[in-house]
Design a protein. Structure first.
Length: 565
């Protein structure tokens, strides 16, 4: 069955609640272990049906926010998902209170119980109206950007379609493109401020109602950050400042010299090479066909996986009017099928997003033995290891996509991954100070962003741009829709660099077995356990950043400018 053929029926909350409550009651009253195990299995089956319909509606709405039917479904789930979440909380409570703890823990992964313990702390029926309002505000943000029409060079374009112009060889075009994008955020500044202001107030209220010190502490529980805490993250951010920011500044100095510029402005950063960045060769269909060849050659497992994705139309890759921005991978439990969403725009990012989301999808496909919906994907920082590593593990096949520009692509891909680390922790640091100061005005938030931006990205020169006022973060959807889901990318990136080193630099043939093993366990293990299983050094280990960054710096330095022409 292709994705388009999957039937969608809006879940009937009342009917679902009745069935679910009966099963939870069975779990509560079970007088023998077989009864308790059977109840949990039936609950997982019921939740899988719901999860599938939620994701079908999510995908179809994000593919076309102008579709009135799925817009209504989006509104329905904004209202009802917190009610379904309340039922999950009842289930988790019954799971933790069961008289058959030892038997249940012997059958189901320990992470299920860790999630249950966390849910008991972060959910209460009294916050349901707040969660409903939060969902509504997040949808408003997504719609505001999805419906953006930027008139540039004779036609209206989406935000995604503007990306190639920001990388133009002509400096004036780059500058105008960035100004046009910025204008969208300035024009809607009051609306972005209103949405975020309401989100911060609402989220702070949620945290306080549940007895947390602030929304930061609440988020660490919600994000399933097991085995490390706020202090460890703050130390990690300091290590980024010490070990990574100076290397990024050197890369930007090299870029400035390569572009023969007296000064490197913010609109120059996307153009890495004076004769243009590497771009994929061929149509989107040809890119997918080359991806099939790549995955068939990479391994038996990836070949079967990608063929399954293509044959069942489980990819929506083209940018179009009304489509939400960005890229993601989700999973349809009932179908045992991942789904990849992206916005191709003719840049190297098309290959990045394809390999990145394919990493998520391959992990979910490999973990489809798991029957607990919350455990198909691991916690976010672990999940991003699979995606970011896949970007590097496919390096030997990049000639399929970039032909004579392969060296340029690989240089920029690795360099930009290093450059991303300070930005990634900037987003996290910004959110921490915002939620530590929930009464800040919009201006105070913007001032805080710019102050931190100068710390983590000291060379970013906005000149006379409106971005100097600290509004760049408006375009970072995670800040609005997935608070604190961002440092995860940087933690995973440090792990992915290790797979790059093992596969490309060291030619260590054991890397694939380790990668496959961490894909197969899904969310049945914690982030630190997944690092151990994959023979990866934890990003929190003292010195782990310095060693891998030094290896990358040496590798990039060994590539001459002549090779990049």
């Amino acid at each position: 069955m292709t994705f388009q053929e999957i039937p969608y029926t809006r879940p009937d909350y009342q009917a679902y609640e009745k069935n679910f409550t009966q099963l939870v009651e069975t779990l509560n009253q079970a007088d023998e272990v077989e009864t308790a195990l059977h109840a949990v299995t039936k609950i997982n089956a019921l939740r899988s049906q719901l999860d599938t319909m939620v994701n079908v509606a999510l995908i179809r709405h994000s593919v076309n926010t102008l579709d009135e039917f799925y817009t209504k479904e989006d509104e329905y789930f904004n209202e009802y998902l917190p009610l379904f979440e309340k039922l999950d909380a009842d289930y988790y409570d019954a799971l933790l209170k069961s008289d058959f703890q030892e038997a249940l823990r012997a059958v189901f992964p320990e992470t299920l119980f860790l999630i249950a313990e966390g849910k008991a702390k972060i959910f209460s029926p009294e916050i349901i109206p707040l969660l409903q309002k939060e969902n509504e505000l997040i949808s408003q943000y997504g719609k505001l950007n999805a419906e953006a029409e930027i008139f540039f060079e004779g036609k209206n374009r989406t935000l995604s379609e503007m990306t190639p112009f920001t990388k133009a060889k002509d400096r004036h075009t780059r500058k105008l493109a960035q100004e046009a994008i910025t204008h969208h955020f300035v024009k809607n500044e009051e609306e972005f401020d209103r949405i975020y202001d309401e989100l911060v107030t609402l989220r702070n209220d949620i945290a306080l109602k549940l007895g947390f010190k602030d929304y930061v502490d609440y988020s660490y529980v919600k994000m399933n950050r097991w085995g490390y805490d706020r202090v460890a993250v703050e130390t990690y951010r300091k290590n980024i400042l010490k070990d990574v920011v100076p290397v990024v500044e050197k890369l930007h100095q090299r870029q400035k010299e390569r572009l023969t510029l007296d000064e490197l402005f913010y609109y120059d950063l996307p153009l890495v090479f004076p004769n243009g960045n590497a771009t994929p060769k061929g149509t989107p269909d040809e890119l997918v066909e080359n991806a099939k060849k790549m995955y068939q050659d990479l391994s038996k497992e990836t070949g079967e996986f990608f063929d399954f994705m293509v044959e069942n139309n489980l990819l929506d890759l083209l940018s179009k009017k009304g489509k939400e921005q960005g890229g993601y991978c989700t999973f349809l439990m009932e179908e045992g099928a991942p789904f990849i969403f992206a916005n191709f725009n003719g840049t190297s990012g098309d290959v990045d997003v394809l390999t990145h989301e394919a990493g998520h999808a391959f992990q979910a496909y490999s973990s489809s033995w798991i029957k607990e919906p919350e455990l198909i994907f691991p916690s976010n920082e672990a999940a991003e290891i699979h995606s970011m590593s896949m970007e590097f593990l496919t390096w030997p096949y990049m000639e399929l996509f970039f032909q004579e520009e392969t060296k340029k692509y690989q240089f920029n891909h690795l360099a930009s991954a290093v450059e991303f680390l300070p930005y990634g922790v900037l987003v996290d640091h910004f959110q921490q100070v915002v939620y530590e100061n929930p009464s800040w005005s919009p201006k105070e938030r913007k001032d805080a962003w710019r102050k931190l931006e100068k710390m983590y990205l000291p060379g970013k020169n906005y000149a006379t741009s409106e971005l100097e006022r600290g509004i760049y973060w408006f375009r970072q959807g995670h800040i609005f829709g997935s608070p604190f889901y961002y440092i995860d990318y940087t933690l995973a990136q440090v792990c992915a660099f290790q797979f790059w080193k093992r596969s490309i630099v060291d030619q260590d043939e054991t890397y694939w077995e380790d990668y496959l093993n961490i894909c197969k366990v899904g969310g049945s293990k914690t982030f630190l356990e997944i690092c151990e299983l994959g023979h990866l050094v934890s990003p929190f280990k003292e010195g782990s950043l310095k060693e891998i960054i030094a290896t990358i710096e040496d590798y990039l330095a060994s590539i001459s400018e002549e090779e990049l022409k």
